[in-house]
Design a protein around this ligand. Structure first.
Ligand SMILES: O=C(O)c1ccccc1N[C@@H]1O[C@H](COP(=O)(O)O)[C@@H](O)[C@H]1O
Length: 210
């Protein structure tokens, strides 16, 4: 059985050099974190500069936590995002409003599965499974998660070059998303680790997906 190519998002991008090296490495998207609590937070001006500088084919995913849907839409427009990643619990009306403007990545924890409506494949809302403390470098228990892992969902949480193949084999996520394991310090990547991460995903997908 062949699977579609696993998409790769390199998150926590705070500077143009890291954005360009992620794109050069073959990442499908970069993450720009606007969450006020994040040690990788980027301001709107820097995010806009990055969005305008990278190839249009590279997704720019804004990451939001403890922020209203109004603020999300304002920042998304100002910084030319291509998608929004939401860590908050919104009303169904807020999800619908956001999804009418941007593709939405809705971040949930393993404990949330069974409590939420899984979006239909092809809808503009995609689930991503992440650890309770996002951005902490904590892997999930992939084998335990496998029975409930929704088709089409993305995976985050402690992923890096040394373990992403194991996670892909266990869960076959539609995409993978990483930050901590790729950094030399918060908000600053090691380009070699970013390249190694993308290469590890491509190897895990196998030759038919290159
Ligand atoms: O990384 C952060 O600082 C952050 C803050 C607030 C919301 C999300 C954040 N990061 C997200 O966490 C995942 C996983 O990170 P890690 O690889 O386990 O360190 C990352 O992909 C971001 O989407």
């Amino acid at each position: 059985m062949s699977f579609a190519r696993t998409r790769v998002k390199i998150c926590g991008t705070t500077n143009l050099s890291d954005a360009l090296s992620a794109a050069e490495a073959g990442a499908d998207a970069i993450g720009l974190i606007f969450a006020p609590v994040s040690k990788r937070r980027i301001d709107a001006a820097a995010a806009r500069q990055i969005s305008l500088a990278v190839e249009p084919s590279v997704g720019r995913v804004g990451v939001f936590l403890d922020q209203s849907s109004e603020e999300v839409l304002r920042l998304a427009d100002a910084t030319r995002l291509s998608a929004v990643q939401i860590h908050d619990r919104y009303s169904s009306a807020e999800w619908a409003e956001l999804a009418s403007f941007y593709p939405v990545v809705r971040v949930v924890r393993p404990a949330d599965l069974g409590q939420i409506d899984v979006p239909a494949l092809g809808s503009s809302i995609t689930l991503m499974l992440d650890a309770p403390q996002p951005g902490s470098g904590q892997p999930l228990d992939w084998p335990a998660l496998a029975p409930a892992f929704p088709a089409g969902a993305w995976l985050a949480g402690g992923l890096g070059p040394s373990n992403v193949a194991q996670a892909i084999s266990a869960l076959r996520p539609a995409g993978v998303d990483a930050v901590s394991a790729l950094e030399v310090r918060p908000g600053h990547k090691d380009p070699a680790l970013v390249r190694a991460f993308v290469e590890a995903v491509r190897r895990a997908d196998g030759p038919s997906q290159r």
